[in-house]
Design a protein around this ligand. Structure first.
Ligand SMILES: O=C(O)CCC(=O)C(=O)O
Length: 285
């Protein structure tokens, strides 16, 4: 699968603040990664979002298959084309929208609570199911990243997958924006200042996506707590983050302990992140 970016792809990202869906995984890989997620959920008798322990956040620290997906060479090739060769994973959010839950995401910019400088973070959104308007895909305001960081305020938390229900002032929830539809096995990428939101999943199927937030190693976190991040390509000559350790076993004790410690640091450095959409549900932004 050809994954290298063309100069026109990079220009589109710089101008519009997002990269539309492009194929990244084979059908076999989609079935494999989805199978791994759902086998774990079946064994637990609950979805990832229903289980306690903030499992939707930094999921790559818990499961070798998720670690493998987050460092997939085809994804990293795209990310490298945008932020350069020395790449850290700063955060991961498993965006699971179960049918009939009404979960949505209010208009926001990812940078709002990430506390990164310079604002060079990008989110690769990888689909393991069809993400379209009907199933609650991300909707964007093209070019809005050029406005830089805008003020957010606390909004309703009921059904909102974002912590504190944070919402950009002046953008109505029903602002249609432009749908960023992502078929299974494809990825889209958005800039940390791009304004975006998503509506409820109105289909009978789950909508499964992973938002993987990558930064170049030169970026630092502005805060007193030293946060963790995972080096996935190139080298880190800056030492701004403590390096995360990939999980050796599926949801094993060591992985769970490291995941809990990393989440504790991450969320305490950003204020309370608990959402109102179910036990243990946590949003990254
Ligand atoms: O997956 C969604 O519905 C929202 C995703 C999002 O807000 C993000 O990736 O930053």
């Amino acid at each position: 699968m050809a994954t290298a970016l063309k100069p026109t792809d990079v220009e589109h990202f710089r101008e519009q603040g997002f990269m539309p869906a492009r194929p990244i995984l084979s059908a076999g890989e989609v079935a494999h990664y989805r199978g791994c997620l759902e086998a774990f959920e079946a064994a637990q008798g609950a979805t990832l979002g229903e289980l306690p322990g903030q499992l939707r956040a930094k999921t790559h620290l818990l499961f070798p298959w998720m670690d493998e997906l987050a460092r997939h060479p085809a994804i990293l090739d795209v990310v490298e084309g945008l932020i350069g060769p020395d790449i850290l994973i700063y955060h991961v959010t498993s965006w699971l929208k179960e049918p009939g839950t009404g979960s949505y995401v209010s208009w926001h910019q990812d940078a709002t609570y990430f506390g990164l400088d310079p604002a060079e973070h990008v989110t690769a959104w990888v689909a393991l199911s069809n993400s379209d308007l009907e199933s609650g895909c991300v909707r964007v305001l093209p070019g809005s990243h050029r406005q830089g960081q805008r003020p957010h305020e606390s909004g309703p938390t009921e059904g909102n997958l974002l912590s504190n229900g944070q919402v950009l002032r002046d953008i109505p929830l029903d602002e249609p924006g432009v749908a960023l539809e992502v078929p299974p096995g494809h990825l889209s990428v958005h800039h940390t200042h791009l304004m975006h939101a998503s509506g409820p999943n109105r289909t009978a199927e789950r909508r499964i996506g992973f938002g993987i937030s990558y930064i170049p190693t030169r970026v630092r976190h502005l805060g007193e707590t030293r946060l963790t991040a995972m080096l996935v390509r190139g080298e880190d000559r800056f030492d701004h983050f403590e390096h995360e350790v990939p999980p050796a076993g599926e949801f094993d004790d060591a992985a769970r302990a490291r995941h809990a410690a990393a989440c504790e640091r991450f969320f305490s450095s950003h204020g309370s992140r608990r959402t109102g959409d179910g036990a243990g549900a946590i949003e990254a932004h």
